[in-house]
Design a protein around this ligand. Sequence first.
Ligand code: FA5
Length: 342
Amino acid sequence: MENSTMLEEMALRALDEIACSKAMTELEEIRIRTLGKKGELTGALRSMKDIPEAERPPFGKRINEIRDQLTEALDKKILEIKQADKVVRLKEEAIDITLPGHKQRIGGLHPLTRIYYEIRDIFVSMGFEVMDGPEVEYDKYNFEMLNIPKDHPARDMQDTFYVSNDIVLRTHTSPVQIRTMLKQDPPIRMICPGRVYRSDDVDATHSPIFNQVEGLVVGRGISFAHLKDTLDRFLKEFYGEATKTKFRPGHFPFTEPSAEVDATCAKCAGKGCGVCKGTGMIEVLGCGMVHPSVLKGCGIDPDVYTGFAFGLGLDRLATIKYGITDIRLLFENDIRFLSQFK
Ligand code: FA5
C-alpha cells in the first residue's frame, strides 16, 4: 500500500481510539504508539526516503499536520477524562449535611465529686483548709492515738483490712486529725476528704469502700456550742435553710462528749418516708469534743486548748440528697445512672 494511504489510515485509527478511550492509561499507550520516539509517525518520517522526491514535501507536511491533530485530540481527551474523574470524586466525597450527626456526649462530674465540692465550698467559706492523708495508714494513727489500743473492744466498731500487724487500710479519715495535730500548732481548722475501707458486707447502705469527710477545729475556748453551730450551719447550707438538726448522745473513743447528728430527711422534708423509715430524720454524721488524751498524745496541752471533730459519710449524704436507694449505684459507674447527675 502507498505510504500516504497508510499514514491516513493510521491517523484515522488513532483518532478513533482516542475518541473511544476511557482511561488515562489507554491514552498514554496511544501516545507512545503514535507520537513516541519509536512511534508510527517517526516511522513514517523515516520512510520518506523511499518515496519520490517531489512527493516528500507534501508527505512531510501531512505528517506534521497529523502530529498536531493527534496531540490536540489527546490533550482534549485528557482534559475530558480529568474532568469526568473530578465529577466522580466530588460525588463520592460529597458530605450530606442533611444527615443527622453523631451526638457528642458531654461528660459530667460524678455525684460523689459534686457532693464533695459542695461540702468543701461550704467549709472553705467558713475558713477551713483542706488536708490530705494516706489511705494505707499506720495502726498507730488509725487506732492507737485515737484512744483505741490494740485488742480494745472499740476496734470491733470498724471491721478492718490489715496490711500487716502495724499497717491497715484506714477505716476512717480520723487519722488525718492526728497527722495534722502532730505537724501543726493550734489554731487548727481543717477538713479532710478521702476514701476509707471496712470489711463490711455489701448492702444498700454499706460498701467496703466508701468516702468520708473529716473535720477538726482546735483552739483556745472551743466549745460544744461551736461544734453545734458549725454543723447546724453546714447542714442548713447543704440540705436547705428549713433543715433541722438533732444531736443525740453517741460514743467514739476519741471524742468526749460524743454525738450523732440527725438532719431532716431531704427526701420527705421531715414528713416521714421509706428513706428515713418514717422518722422524718436521718443520721448523717458523728462528732464530738476531741478527747483530752488525744490532744495530749499529739503534744497539744488540753488545759490550754480544746477542739471538736466530726466525720461524715459522703456516700450516705449523696444517697439522701439525691434520693438514691442503693449505695452500690455510686460505685458501678453505669453511664445511664451517672448521666442523670449532669
Ligand atoms: C467514724 O468513722 C468516725 N471517725 C467519725 C467521727 C469523726 C466521729 C470525728 C467523731 C469525731 P462512723 O463509723 O459512724 O464514725 O462512720 C461515719 C459515717 O460513715 C457514718 O455516719 C456513715 O455515714 C458512714 N459509713 C460507715 N460505714 C459505712 C459503710 N460501710 N458504707 C458506707 N458508709 C459508711
